[in-house]
Design a protein around this ligand. Sequence first.
Ligand code: ADP
Length: 255
Amino acid sequence: MISLNQVSKQFTTKEGTFQAVAPLSLHIAEGDIYGIVGFSGAGKSTLLRLINLLERPTTGTVEVAGQDLTKLAKKELRKARQSIGMVFQQFYLLHNKTVFDNIALPLQLARVERKEIERRVEECLQMVGLEEKRQHYPAQLSGGQKQRVGIARALAHQPKVLLCDEPTSALDPKTTKQFLQFLRDLHRQLGLTIVIVTHEMHVVQQICNKAAVMEEGKIIEHFSLENKRQQAKTDIGKMLFASPYLEEERLVSHV
Ligand code: ADP
């Protein structure tokens, strides 16, 4: 579903150039819940943003659903991006708009007809269980509810891929657990391919079927979380495999 081929990203600042992502290749299959894990500054968010070209790669190509996004003109890219939803740690909701209008926004920008917008927003509200909150403003919602609005907005264009950038980092442990359960259910229901960037090991342990460990812009280890006999080589990998979660609390069985 997603193929990154020798992608890299360099940022140029006043201090000089900085290689946030070194040339790397990564394949994510349809239906995967793929974790990208590592410490802060490893290049995880940049890598995620390369998948929908929020960051344009310095080198390499990015294929999503068989389409090379780096070759598309602006208008085609806008269209292709509709099949890639994205959610963020800080939700990025518009505070002066209701839940309904926040979810409707990407559809309005794409000039979808009013009746169709209403139909789709209602569908998304139902999917995330927030029908009762449609006229509320973000300030009236809990953190978990705000993240659900973020997901509903990401689903408005009925995407095939959902990119999640530290989706639980602003949530407390109980809400995180509920949220991951909810994401797992959505994944089943909609057949989504999900990529989650996180520095929280337990998020990967609970929900992902595969994961990559990043450090200094490189992927230093790949995992299949189902393969319990896999021997971790890196410190982060060892942490991932050394947890009771893997035995007791995994929410997902992809087998
Ligand atoms: P992570 O998500 O693993 O915390 P990031 O991808 O956010 O890491 O950042 C990787 C590195 O790239 C960091 O050192 C960060 O400061 C740098 N970086 C990210 N975005 C930019 C940018 N727009 N301009 C310059 N440097 C950036």
